[in-house]
Design a protein around this ligand. Structure first.
Ligand code: AQP
Length: 371
């Protein structure tokens, strides 16, 4: 279990919005970020968004739409702004509730980028170059492999560490990035923290079922925003008929048994999706499908369960997306409270690392010089 925050600063509770002294036992703090790029797919929903919703009842939950991360790929500024609202509406439609969590836009809290620079100076370039996502994306992005793609995991570390989060809900593909952020936090603490855990070393929370939803057409590759097949990717906002078609056409495996196994990636994937959608264990799906006539029955059942899981989100989304002022109000209020937390961490970090005024120094000196 990770250690509790030790800051001498008073911080804002994500759930209650009230200030609490640092000596009070801190609640479990949960943080995760999600990019406003592309349409969110079933993998994002099962691996991440469902966990976000559940996290609201487990602790102080902060969720961040990471628009700065989205700058690492070529983008249109207007589309990016709109995409932030698209994603805000989707997250609220999926069950995020501004009264029970903080939902905000990364670029509204400049502490993320400040901390990111400090952490860059504690991170080996070689390790960043060896990270799987960097290698995959630098191959895919042939025209301009910008430095942001390399430093992306450091900004991600700053996102989490700025809030001294204990837990980070993510899918399996983020395990390597989580390890980096844990190591960077430990390095910071051992170099600059003295006996204090200034930055909390977070744990990842990867779902037991659905940690890696696979592309329906290429079930040995994860369902993905940039690397997947269109027909093998189910989007959260797909119409029911489209979801049914994509699942009906899913690639399955040789043999007729509806059981999971390393030699059955397609069927295993469908069983996992069904288990999540029905809220049961994969083994229960295997039992329920024991008398099925073949993969056709499995696909029909998975399609029905998936449509039932996603249709309510689609319905709520349309109404929420129409009101950008309301969405902006959620993000603005979230950012204001998030800044209260991040600013306290950064004040500690600056003191430890030796930049900025010494804590308690009067600003009068500055006033005199400038007068
Ligand atoms: N296939 C997946 N199964 C389970 N979880 C997944 N996640 C992504 N794909 C799967 C989890 O969803 C969150 C993604 O957040 P994001 O939208 O900020 O990240 P992303 O990288 O744009 O999403 P993709 O789809 O993974 O894009 P590509 O493949 O282009 O990089 C994370 O928690 C992730 O683990």
């Amino acid at each position: 279990m990770p250690a509790e925050p030790t800051s001498a600063q008073a911080e804002t509770s994500a759930n209650g919005g009230s200030s609490q002294p640092a000596s009070a036992p801190a609640a479990l703090r949960i943080f995760s970020g999600i990019q406003p790029t592309g349409d969110k797919h079933l993998g994002n929903y099962i691996g991440a968004i469902r966990q976000y919703v559940a996290g609201q009842d487990r602790g102080d939950a902060l969720y961040c739409i990471v628009d700065l991360h989205a700058l690492t790929v070529a983008h249109d500024p207007d589309v990016l702004r709109r995409s932030v609202y698209d994603l805000t509406a989707l997250l609220v439609a999926a069950g995020l509730d501004a009264a029970r969590c903080l939902l905000f836009r990364q670029s509204d809290v400049p502490e993320h980028t400040e901390l990111s620079w400090m952490l860059c100076c504690l991170t080996e370039v070689g390790r960043l170059q060896r990270m799987h996502q960097f290698r995959d994306k630098s191959v895919a992005q042939r025209e301009l492999v910008n430095a942001g793609v390399l430093f992306y995991p450091v900004l991600q570390a700053a996102d989490v560490l700025a809030y001294r989060a204990h837990e980070v809900p993510v899918g399996e593909d983020q395990r390597e990035h989580l390890e980096l952020m844990r190591d960077v936090a430990r390095r910071f603490n051992s170099r600059f923290g003295g006996s204090r855990e200034v930055l909390v070393v977070p744990e990842h929370r990867i779902p037991e079922v659905g940690a890696r939803i696979m592309d329906l057409q290429e079930p040995t590759r994860k369902m993905s925003t940039t690397g997947g097949t269109e027909e093998g990717t189910v989007y959260v906002l797909d119409e029911p008929a489209v979801i049914e078609r994509k699942i009906r056409r899913a690639v399955t495996d040789s043999g007729a048994g509806i059981v999971r196994g390393p030699d059955k990636p397609g069927v295993s994937n469908l069983i996992e999706i069904m288990a999540v959608a029905r809220g049961c264990a994969p083994a229960d799906v295997e039992t329920q499908m024991a008398s099925a006539r073949g993969y056709g029955d499995l696909k029909a059942a998975v399609a029905q369960a998936t449509v039932e899981m996603l249709a309510p989100i689609r319905d709520r989304y349309a109404e929420l997306r129409a009101d950008e002022r309301a969405l902006e109000a959620i993000l603005g209020a979230g950012a204001q409270r998030a800044r209260g937390i991040a600013a306290a961490t950064l004040a500690d970090v600056r003191q430890c690392i030796g930049v900025g005024a010494v804590s308690g120094a009067s600003s009068a000196t500055i006033d005199t010089v400038s007068a």
